[in-house]
Design a protein around this ligand. Structure first.
Ligand code: AMP
Length: 288
């Protein structure tokens, strides 16, 4: 596995691979790799010849009060995990390489970026879309893999790729969970042992929502209330939001029909955890 730090060198390696007829698969990450990331690397491996993984803790997607400084970083550890998962090239640019002096261009996906997590984290998705656009331009992969865990991010990236006519297939990998249902996340390292146990209520609340829907419940407020009650019964939990939205527009729904996304964000101590599930609801059509 090769480790590349400069944009020019990354372009060269990717350009050579494309010239040789190789398909490039790309997995952008912020490092502190875990089973969620390695599952995406595995997916990229399956459908391409050269797997590029980037590690870049992107400053433009962190708010001033957020955890940019203390976000976990360990390149040595990440390099071992990436190689074992099937990565060929690890791209690790630094801040100056990605945002040199005079940097002034940002990508903002209207309509989708200020809802849900975007409402609580102003500028976050502008930073995400910008860095992903830059990375896709540098690596120019045929296929880029993202995780369902960050559902809103996936929707925004898909929109951006479509709107900007970027020639890349976006693949979304399923959320990888710990045994107790907690979605694996780099930020789980902020949790105490007890908070980690309590955090399993997030997944349980999503499973409860699933059961309610399967049993015929169509009242959005009733489902959200049941989820909130389950989560708030954990003493360390502070609910940021629980929303049921259209899976494409991310707008709140009043009626459960078609494909909906149940998304939530909850604080446990210093960690803000997110999770979600997608449901397809087919209501029987009434007569007339
Ligand atoms: P991050 O390093 O947190 O920016 O995440 C990099 C990529 O890994 C994103 O596409 C995430 O959606 C994805 N990811 C993070 N956690 C998980 C998980 N538990 N399961 C699947 N994908 C994940």
């Amino acid at each position: 596995m090769e480790i590349i730090r400069a944009i020019g060198a990354m372009r060269e390696v990717a350009g050579r691979a494309r010239a040789n007829g190789q398909r490039i698969g790309f997995v952008p990450t912020m490092g502190w790799l875990h089973e969620g990331h390695t599952s995406l690397i595995g997916l990229a491996r399956e459908c391409t010849d050269l797997v590029v993984v980037s590690i870049f803790v992107n400053p433009t997607q962190f708010g001033p009060e957020e955890d940019f400084e203390r976000y976990p970083r360990d390149l040595e550890r990440d390099a071992v995990l990436a190689r074992e998962a099937g990565c060929d090239v690890l791209f690790v640019p630094d801040g100056g390489e990605m945002y040199p002096e005079g940097y002034a261009t940002y990508v903002y996906v209207e309509g989708l970026s200020d809802l849900l997590c975007g409402e609580r984290r102003p500028g976050h998705f502008r930073g995400v879309a910008t860095v992903v656009a830059k990375l896709l331009n540098i690596v120019q992969p045929q296929c880029a893999v993202f995780g369902q865990k960050d559902a809103q991010q996936s929707v925004i990236i898909r929109r951006m790729v479509k709107d900007l006519d970027m020639d890349v297939e976006i693949v979304i990998g399923p959320t990888v969970r710990e045994k107790n249902g907690v979605a694996v996340s780099s930020r789980n390292m902020y949790l105490s042992g007890d908070e980690r146990v309590q955090a399993s209520a997030l997944y349980r609340s999503l499973v409860t929502a699933k059961k309610m829907i399967e049993a015929g419940e169509r009242d959005v407020a009733a489902i959200v209330a049941a989820m909130r009650q389950m989560i708030e019964s954990q003493p360390a939990a502070r609910v940021d939001y629980i929303s049921i939205v259209d899976s494409e527009t991310l707008k709140e729904v009043t009626r459960l029909d078609g494909e909906v996304l149940i998304a939530l964000a909850v604080w446990f101590g210093k960690a803000r955890l997110i999770d979600n599930m997608v449901f397809t609801i087919e209501n029987k059509k009434g007569k007339g």
